[in-house]
Design a binder for this molecule. Structure first.
Ligand SMILES: Cc1cc2nc3c(=O)[nH]c(=O)nc-3n(C[C@H](O)[C@H](O)[C@H](O)COP(=O)(O)OP(=O)(O)OC[C@H]3O[C@@H](n4cnc5c(N)ncnc54)[C@H](O)[C@@H]3O)c2cc1C
Length: 293
């Protein structure tokens, strides 16, 4: 919701804002962010979906995959190629999902995020008026990247929540459960796991707050967002793993929440730019040399 709502706020016309923002903000209309394609995930600058100008309209053909809210959304922000190859040929369109030619299909069998719909989308001769263009032609890639930079701070915050949840659940359990006539919490090797979670929670929270603070101040925040997203997502997986270890066999079944924390943490190192992509962004910022080319 944030990925789409915030870009309408920053790049939309007054008419686009009036049409969509109240509905998105009230929850009446869910929105989805259609960037990833079957053959282009980490490399969205080479996406294949095409939008061809036809009179006062654009006609869009192509497909998207792994789109959050894809089957529930009333609005889809579709990234499609209007120009030549590479990132500069990409444009963004605000497409109502009841547009003829728009189809969505839920992807079943996910490891985690089981309460959320993830979908494949296909666009077949989907005709939208030129007023659906968000920003100008060729601006789509920079709109997507700007939106993802901010989204990464939200992912970082979500991961801090998972780490904190793991820590609290593990501490409660370790104090309560006894083995060898002593609470688990009294064993040094269990405290080692808890100490790592506690440090990760603090470090992740501070990295996320720093990135959020830069956004609030209107200062450059992209690299800080990548650091927060990278650290927090990897730390959430570590914390969930440690929590399951402390719960023993009880951590592996659904009786306690830690198995769900692990399932839900795992995607965090993948979406909105994988850990490898965040490292390349951080490496580029540090060295001034891009490893993408
Ligand atoms: C549950 C879920 C929800 C999602 N929601 C959305 C959504 O709402 N909208 C949307 O547009 N997308 C969404 N995605 C897609 C997600 O952003 C992509 O899966 C992600 O960007 C990775 O792309 P990919 O899966 O094609 O993997 P690939 O790009 O094929 O990467 C595979 C592996 O190769 C590595 N790799 C790739 N390039 C490099 C490189 N240059 N150097 C080093 N390593 C590299 C990656 O880090 C990864 O480990 C979602 C995905 C999931 C699983």
């Amino acid at each position: 919701m944030g990925l789409v709502g915030k870009v309408i706020l920053s790049h939309g016309t007054e008419e686009q804002k009036r049409e969509w923002l109240p509905r998105i903000a009230s929850g009446e209309a869910l929105a989805c962010f259609g960037l990833t394609e079957p053959d282009n995930g980490s490399d969205p600058g080479n996406l294949k979906t095409r939008a061809v100008r036809s009179g006062d309209d654009y006609v869009i053909n192509g497909s998207k995959i792994f789109i959050t809210n894809g089957t529930w959304a009333k609005l889809c922000l579709v990234f499609a190629r209007t120009g030549g190859p590479g990132p500069k040929g990409v444009s963004a369109f605000l497409v109502p999902t009841d547009t003829p030619g728009f189809e969505s299909r839920e992807i079943h069998g996910k490891l985690g995020l089981r309460g959320q719909a993830t979908a494949e989308l296909s666009f077949t001769d989907m005709r939208v008026p030129a007023s659906c263009l968000l920003g100008s032609e060729g601006q789509g890639f920079s709109i997507a990247m700007h939106s993802l930079d901010k989204g990464r701070v939200s992912v970082g915050a979500g991961c801090v929540g998972i780490i904190q949840g793991c820590l609290e659940a593990a501490v409660d359990y370790a104090r309560e459960r006894t083995q060898f006539d002593r609470p688990l919490a009294s064993f040094q090797l269990v405290q080692d796991l808890i100490a790592d979670m506690s440090v990760d929670a603090d470090a992740g929270r501070l990295l996320t707050w720093r990135a959020a603070d830069l956004i609030e101040r209107g200062e450059p925040f992209g690299t800080a967002a990548s650091k927060a997203k990278y650290f927090c997502s990897e730390a959430a997986v570590r914390a969930a793993n440690n929590a399951i270890q402390i719960f023993g066999g009880y951590g592996y079944v659904d009786e306690y929440p830690v198995a769900k924390y692990m399932r839900d943490a795992r995607v965090m190192t993948l979406y909105e730019g994988t850990s490898q992509i965040q490292k390349l962004l951080i490496g580029r910022a540090e060295t001034g040399i891009s490893a993408f080319l």
